[in-house]
Design a protein around this ligand. Structure first.
Ligand SMILES: [Zn+2]
Length: 63
């Protein structure tokens, strides 16, 4: 347990461990990471496929 981690970091780690697989073309971006932006209590994660430039967006709420 690392208490210095922010909720953002914990969520991002969760996403980093999940599959970074493009929904459009199926490319698996094994070195990819999620780009994180936030506004208020909402956090948006985006991953841009390096193969086809499709943008995968997920949105979460901080609790
Ligand atoms: Zn793709």
């Amino acid at each position: 347990m690392n208490r210095s981690r922010s909720p953002f970091d914990r969520l991002r780690q969760k996403f980093d461990r999940s599959e970074l697989r493009c929904r459009a073309c199926g490319h698996v971006d094994s070195d990819g990471t999620w780009r994180v932006t936030s506004s208020g209590s909402r956090v948006r994660y985006q991953h841009i496929c390096p193969a086809c430039d499709a943008i995968d967006t997920r949105e979460m709420r901080l609790e």
